[in-house]
Design a protein around this ligand. Structure first.
Ligand code: FES
Length: 127
């Protein structure tokens, strides 16, 4: 438990303001070719560190194996807004970082859809 507490403090888990998931290095690359996804992920990591957005900066990043849309990738989704973006190549990610992650503005050119996840409980009907 001590190790876990240290890790959560190290990653500033309690201070996350935005979380970006990026489809990259997929087992079955469908939304983009494998190298395009890897390049995008490496660029995202580098830029978030350069801009000091990770840790106390409040931006958390996660590499996803597939975000299930599987076309026009790399696909990304940012929470808490629930904003989905297509074509998140390293060239386009700069705009997403600058406009959305830093300033909270949606990048209309790359937007797929947006919608917050509702926090209500889900009722399941068992058969
Ligand atoms: S392979 Fe990228 S969304 Fe499915």
């Amino acid at each position: 438990m001590k190790k876990l507490k240290e890790k959560t403090e190290d990653l500033q888990i309690g201070k996350i303001r935005r979380h970006i998931f990026l489809c990259s290095d997929q087992t079955k690359p469908k939304c983009c070719d494998k190298q395009t996804g890897i390049d995008a992920w490496e660029y995202l990591k580098k830029r978030l560190d350069e801009l000091k957005l990770t840790g106390k900066g409040g931006v958390f990043r996660t590499k996803a194996n597939c975000l299930r849309l599987c076309v026009m990738g790399p696909i990304a989704v940012i929470y808490p807004e629930g904003t989905w973006y297509h074509s998140c190549t390293k060239e386009n990610l700069e705009q997403v970082i600058d406009e959305h992650l830093l300033n909270g503005r949606i990048v209309e050119d790359l937007l797929i859809d947006t919608g917050k996840i509702q926090s209500a409980s889900i009722e399941i009907e068992w058969k």
